[in-house]
Design a protein around this ligand. Structure first.
Ligand code: PGA
Length: 255
């Protein structure tokens, strides 16, 4: 039976960027979407810093743009000074949480086990977990990409994965914020491998419908090519999601 392609997702990861005035970028994006010739065939999400979640939830009302968060603690509440729980993100307006971004794995020493626990916390709060995977430049040069990404996937994946509650984002660490991207052929190989490893964990049916995003220096000029690659179901966008015009340029790959 032919599998239906999952609905694509283009998500903007604002990282530690954005103050309250940044709401104007969301308004500008919504105007661009309104003026577009058709409706993009993808879901659109912005993951601002946690301080902007509530303001963005209000600003996004009626626009169809979803709001997501960038990280969460594994617990629901408790004595964890400075941390924020998945339930709090939901309360503030998030529909999804990015977990295991390479910047968190590197800057905060997050292990696959911790990433899995965070994905479970997102699920327990009724949110989508966007689980990030990706190899470093050293691992790529050692031809270890598929092995590293496969093992991150297996070990970061929570129980009870469904196509609705989990998104995978393949983000080669060396492509993030550098302007470098893998070739379309490389992306195709890694995404096919992720789909296969996913099927081994959750079965063919679920694996065929889980969205696998590509992330790392996606911009308007390469979005059409990257989004057309087999098994690429959207993008996780950093730098180019901060300006409405650039982000819209990427979303336009689905217009
Ligand atoms: P970039 O970041 O688009 O700025 O390369 C992507 C990401 O880290 O999610």
């Amino acid at each position: 039976m032919a599998q239906r392609k999952p609905r694509a997702l283009v998500a903007g990861n604002w990282k530690m960027n954005g103050l309250k005035g940044s709401r104007k970028e969301l308004a500008a994006l919504s105007r661009l979407l309104e003026r577009a010739s058709g409706k993009p065939a993808c879901e659109i999400m912005i993951c601002p810093p946690a301080t902007l979640l509530m303001a963005f939830r209000e600003a996004a009302k009626g626009t169809g743009i979803k709001i997501g968060a960038q990280d969460c603690h594994v617990s629901e509440s408790g004595a964890h000074t400075g941390d924020l729980s998945a339930v709090m993100m939901k309360d503030a307006g998030a529909k999804a949480i990015i977990v295991g971004h390479s910047e968190r794995r590197a800057d905060h020493g997050e292990s696959n086990n911790l990433v899995r626990a965070k994905a479970e916390a997102a699920h327990a709060a009724g949110l989508v977990a966007i689980i990030c995977l990706g190899e470093t430049i050293e691992e790529r040069n050692d031809n270890a990409t598929l092995r590293v990404v496969g093992s991150q996937l297996k070990n970061s994946l929570p129980d009870a994965v469904t196509a609705a509650n989990t998104v995978i984002a393949y983000e080669p660490v060396w492509a993030i914020g550098t302007g470098l991207t893998p070739t379309a052929d490389d992306v195709k190989k890694v995404h096919a491998h992720i789909r296969k490893r996913l099927a081994a964990e959750v079965g063919d049916e679920v694996a065929s419908r889980v969205r696998i995003l590509y992330g790392g220096s996606v911009k308007p000029s390469n979005a059409v090519e990257l989004m057309a690659v087999e098994n690429v179901d959207g993008a996780l966008v950093g730098g180019a999601s901060l300006q409405a015009a650039d982000f819209f340029g990427i979303i336009s790959a689905y217009l």
